[in-house]
Design a binder for this molecule. Structure first.
Ligand SMILES: Cc1ncc(COP(=O)(O)O)c(C=O)c1O
Length: 414
């Protein structure tokens, strides 16, 4: 099955060995082998991650940071080991700069609420880009509304990249919030370059790394990001888990966004004081099992060569792009030179929803619709696209199945 894959991917990349670790890939959908190309929505999970999560419930289930008993100590140690693993993965300076959240959405809401309170005054500006996921638009709209600030937008070029000649920085810009990788276009954005420009102007930078975490080596210190958000479930980890990295000095100044247990140092009925980092931002019982699973997912990725995974996905992207473009009337939205394995396309006379439904009949899972990027859809004048997004376990044979399915679907639906 992997012969063709091996010829296009980096030598030594054993996709079958990787596939064997994902139990779900043995499932049939409508009697056909599952072809899973919806990894940008959520990736599948290797057995190790599933086991780690259930082992917590089976052997050490207890609340963290609360008890003196053995199980609580073990649960706390396992959770904090995951924090250290996440720290190393993104090269943060300190483990306490890693805040666990329920996902990128929660991370950005935390950032927008807390930074809004810390930084935004009437007439101040927040800059985002025109390719952001709704999760990196709406929290900033809410923050701007709360503080009478103004949201400004970096326009997007025809190839699906930031128009760096039109970055609307001004002396009132306080925050830059941008995605590392676009979930709809696959574009890998020049975040380091823009962060450097922002820093010179004293602008605080927030990066949505939801689509970068599964594909790119992330080094928050090298990027210079003040805050960096990602989700566990898009990077082979459990749903309901995420990280907000923050530079220590900034986190110290940021107010908490949720109140409750564990985030306090002292409470009186009149006033409370806050716990030290990272707990100031982690009110309530966390998703302990999920966090342990997230740590295992990161360790699983670390056991492989991320560069080899990226090269494999790049090979799939290039092959799929070439083959899909041969289909009459098919247009790819997002043609940047630097992309991860994401292809969004439209076909003249074919509705994406109908195509997605037909592909599902053949066992092929793709995403259809606006992908939570409605402003980007407006920019390209489409109501939605069909999106195939690749992971390390996908194969060239699966791309062939997709291309055959799209070809057949386009003929039937036109
Ligand atoms: C670029 C981007 N940002 C944010 C999110 C939101 O992530 P979550 O739903 O895991 O909070 C997504 C999810 O698709 C995304 O692709």
């Amino acid at each position: 099955m992997s012969t063709k894959t091996d010829t296009v991917a980096k030598k030594g990349y054993d996709v079958e060995e990787i596939r064997a670790q994902f139990p779900i890939l043995k499932e049939l959908v409508h009697g056909k082998p599952l072809v899973y190309f919806d990894n940008a929505a959520t990736s599948q999970k290797p057995r190790r991650v599933i086991k780690a999560e259930s082992a917590y419930y089976a052997t050490i289930n207890a609340n963290v940071h609360r008890g003196v008993h053995t199980l609580s100590t073990k649960a706390t140690e396992a959770q904090e080991a995951a924090r250290e693993t996440a720290r190393a993965q993104i090269n943060a300076k300190h483990a306490h700069e890693v805040i666990f959240t329920s996902g990128t959405t929660a991370s950005i809401n935390l950032a927008a609420t807390s930074l809004g309170q810390l930084l935004l005054k009437k007439g101040d500006e927040v800059v985002i880009s025109g390719m952001e996921h709704h999760s990196n638009i709406v929290p900033w709209q809410l923050a701007c509304e709360r503080h009478s600030a103004v949201l400004k937008v970096i326009p997007i070029t025809d190839s699906g990249e930031w128009d760096l000649k039109q970055v609307p920085f001004s002396e009132r810009t306080r925050i830059l919030a941008i995605s590392h990788v676009s979930n709809t276009l696959g574009t890998i954005n020049p975040v380091k370059k823009l962060i450097a420009q922002a820093k010179k102007k004293g602008i605080v930078t927030v990066v949505d790394g939801a689509q970068a975490a599964p594909h790119l080596r992330i080094d928050v210190q090298d990027l210079g990001a003040d805050l960096y958000a990602f989700s566990g479930h898009k990077a082979y980890g459990p749903t309901g888990t995420g990280v907000l990295y923050g530079r220590e000095e900034l986190l110290e100044r940021m107010p908490p966004w949720q109140g409750g247990g564990e985030m306090i140092e002292t409470v009186t009925l009149g006033k409370s004081t806050w716990a030290k980092l990272p707990f100031k931002f982690e009110a309530g019982t966390p998703h302990i099992a999920g966090i342990i699973g997230l740590g295992e997912a990161i360790r699983w990725m670390q056991d492989y060569d991320l560069g080899a995974m990226a090269a494999h996905e790049r090979a799939l992207l290039e092959y799929a792009t070439k083959e899909l473009l041969a289909i009459e009337g098919l247009r790819i939205i997002g043609t940047a030179k630097e992309k991860v394995g994401v292809i969004s396309f439209v076909i003249d006379g074919v509705h994406h929803y109908d195509l997605g439904t037909l592909l599902d009949q053949q066992g092929i899972a793709v995403r259809t619709g606006h992908h939570c990027t409605q402003p980007l859809m407006d920019r390209f004048g489409v109501s939605g696209t069909t999106r195939a997004s690749f992971a390390c376990f996908n194969t060239i044979d699966e791309v062939d199945a997709l291309v055959a399915g799209v070809t057949k679907g386009a003929k039937m639906l036109r």
